[in-house]
Design a protein around this ligand. Structure first.
Ligand code: FES
Ligand code: FES
Length: 166
């Protein structure tokens, strides 16, 4: 029998202490032990991007990371970004542009899109497509998603105080 191991991490600003099996991946831990089911699991081998979230500020595929590797890390999930309001404008743009249908890809898509906009506040459509190319959507055909990200980028630059990018 495999023993559980103790871990400590921060999830959406809250300290978490837990006992986990060493084989548990980060996505399953968040969904099954913390009930943070906004992180979706599709392919479970790093292809679809549905499980994308932030670890120490960088996006990762949480199906490919063991939760023990996240010991002492800072995790931000779609719930955290939604609750803080960080991506409220991006979420509104997805709604307004019909950039989601079934919604399965949407949390990972939003995490990846926000990652792009933090790195490059003024991406062109090709750069948006490139950055989101690791996130699969079976419903929308991608055009509306690119529209939503482009709209958000333009609005943020327009609304940013003079001399500053968002
Ligand atoms: S579930 Fe992780 S990349 Fe598909
Ligand atoms: S909205 Fe259904 S997979 Fe993207």
């Amino acid at each position: 029998m495999t023993a559980h191991v103790p871990i400590s991490l921060e999830v959406n600003g809250e300290p978490v202490d837990a006992l986990v099996l060493p084989r548990t991946n980060l996505a399953d831990f968040l969904r099954d032990q913390l009930q943070l089911t906004g992180t979706h699991v599709g392919c479970e081998h790093g292809v679809c991007g549905a499980c994308t979230l932030r670890v120490n500020g960088d996006i990762v595929r949480s199906c490919l990371m063991l939760v023990v590797q996240a010991n002492h890390a800072t995790i931000e999930t779609i719930e955290g970004l939604s609750d803080s309001g960080e991506i409220a404008d991006l979420q509104a743009a997805f709604r307004e542009r019909n950039a989601l249908q079934c919604g399965f890809c949407t949390p990972g898509m939003l995490m990846a899109a926000q990652d792009l906009l933090r790195q490059n506040p003024t991406p062109d459509r090709e750069q948006i497509r490139e950055h989101l190319s690791g996130n699969y959507c079976r419903c929308t055909g991608y055009q509306a998603i690119v529209d939503a990200v482009e709209t958000t980028a333009k609005a943020r630059v327009h609304d940013a105080p003079a001399g500053r990018t968002p």
